[in-house]
Write a protein that binds this ligand. Structure first.
Ligand code: SF4
Length: 487
């Protein structure tokens, strides 16, 4: 008889019937499978308080329809206005219905205008109440000013602690939410598009606590959130009316109403680096460089390079084929090249040797073999060799996952090519590291299949030689170690 309440990002993303990549099946809402009474979606602080109050008052069940940001099962449809999306039983067997359900859910995730969404599972209804309201700055400060221990539970002492903590122990969360709307990202579906930030005072106070810690060496590892430089609402209108339905704020081109001002973030970083006991303040959260470009802010890039980059700045263009980046909700090739130039110029002026580390992704829905070859040629021309590449993995509840599973873009109903077979995915991935000798056979197969034999040979534009030098006993200079690459 104890009410069971689940939450966190995993529960959040699996709140409706969803595609599960690991089992390659469409699964029920995790609320059904877990047999929990309530699922909290989003960050959850307000919901926890309201649920605790309801339990305290002995009116747990009757309070559920009135608590924002939760899901619950019901035998009846809600009395309040709501939209019904196709049932679990329907989306399980019908991909068009799956895409329809996704679009309905996607359109109602704004706290200002989102409606209650209902999805039938068997003879019951899974009811998603409207999203929780964004926290005010005062509430955000309240959450982050709680007396956290900033360390692991003592029970891990005997095991030497929790190594992963070192990544975050001296990092500051300055905001939550993201208006970037990358199609593959889980954050939008969890934290929403509306930025909620902390005050400078709250962040400085937390930094002072860090400074007093025995193992603090003077380095603040990060000041950011889902996107480091999204410190405030995308535009004034969002505060009252929410984020536009059917329109994205930042990409593929920035909205004309987008507030691109970086001054608050810059001012915060300056205050932090002036604190006594702080040697360096780094920015390691992802930076939306198209947002920097939209602000036409070379001074920000210079200040970033001068004070906040530790030799390498990680950015995520993800692809360079404009068709693919549009599907991804990312800026295109030109934005990447412009930012790269700004970054190089800034470091040149500062006399620093620092490098951009771009992340690229293969086999995102919409990415064909031709697109993958285009990316490989781009890397060749830019003299780039990405050490880390990733293959698209569909997380539950994202727009890209819907495209992956259904082959449909749910926002406009168009068909989307998806590389799903293991060999097709492997070829796309191998092309990003075409110099790696282990990838030779896959790259050659891809180039032949893509009618690009012109890229096989010894010419300056060729990606691979006609034979795998280094694997054969015959040939020119073999390969470099330790990655065994072609030169
Ligand atoms: S007006 Fe533009 S910036 Fe504002 S919410 Fe709409 S799309 Fe985003």
């Amino acid at each position: 008889d104890v009410p069971l309440i689940i939450g966190g990002i995993e529960a959040s993303l699996r709140r409706f019937g969803h595609y599960d990549y690991w089992s390659d099946t469409v699964r029920r809402s995790i609320l059904v499978d877990s047999k929990a009474d309530v699922l909290i979606y989003g960050m959850g602080e307000l919901q926890i308080i309201e649920l605790a109050d309801a339990l305290d008052a002995g009116r747990f069940e009757s309070a559920l329809p009135d608590i924002r940001g939760i899901c619950y099962m019901s035998k009846d449809l809600p009395d309040a206005p709501h939209v019904v999306c196709p049932s679990y039983e329907k989306i399980k067997v019908d991909k068009i219905a799956f895409a329809d359900a996704f679009r309905i859910q996607y359109d109602e995730q704004d706290p200002h205008y989102g409606k209650i969404v209902v999805q039938q599972h068997g003879d019951r209804y899974m009811v998603q109440n409207t999203p929780a309201l964004p926290l005010t700055q005062e509430e955000m400060d309240g959450v982050y000013n709680l007396p956290y221990t900033r360390t692991w539970h003592p029970k891990y002492d005997v095991k030497g602690g929790v190594p992963a903590l070192s990544e975050v122990q001296f990092s500051l969360v300055s905001q939550r939410g993201c208006f970037g709307s990358c199609s593959f990202c889980a954050i939008t579906n969890h934290q929403g598009r509306i930025i909620q930030n902390r005050s400078h005072e709250s962040l400085l106070k937390e930094a002072e606590v860090m400074i007093q810690m025995d193992n603090f060496k003077g380095y603040i590892h990060d000041v950011g959130g889902p996107t480091a430089n999204f410190r405030h609402l995308a535009c004034d209108k969002q505060a009252k009316y929410g984020a536009c339905k059917g329109k994205t704020c930042a990409a593929p081109v920035p909205c004309e109403n987008l507030n691109t001002d970086h001054s608050d973030y810059v001012s915060l970083l300056r205050k932090l680096r002036k604190l006594k006991g702080v040697k360096k303040v780094f920015v390691r959260s992802g930076l939306r460089y198209d947002y920097v470009l939209a602000d036409n802010n070379k001074a920000f890039v210079k200040e970033l390079c001068e004070h906040h980059v530790s030799g390498q700045l990680k950015i995520a263009p993800e692809h360079i084929s404009n068709r693919v980046t549009t599907m991804m909700g990312k800026a295109g090739k030109e934005a990447f090249l412009t930012f790269k130039k700004w970054f190089e110029d800034a470091n040149h002026q500062l006399g620093k040797k620092q490098y951009l580390v771009p992340y690229f992704m293969s086999s995102h829905p919409g990415c064909t073999l031709d697109d993958a070859i285009e990316l490989a040629e781009f890397l060749r021309d830019q003299h780039m060799y990405p050490e880390q590449v990733q293959d698209f993995i569909p997380t539950p509840g994202s727009l890209s996952t819907c495209m992956y599973y259904t082959g449909i873009n749910p926002l406009d109903g168009t068909s989307v090519y998806v590389a799903k077979k293991g060999r097709d995915k492997a070829k796309q991935r191998a092309l990003m590291q075409y110099k790696n000798i282990e990838n030779y056979d896959l790259v050659k197969e891809a180039l032949i299949e893509g009618n690009r034999r012109d890229l096989i040979g010894f010419g300056p534009k060729c990606l691979i030689p006609p034979r795998p030098i280094g694997r054969s006993k015959v040939g020119r200079r073999a390969v470099s170690s330790p990655k065994r690459r072609y030169r």
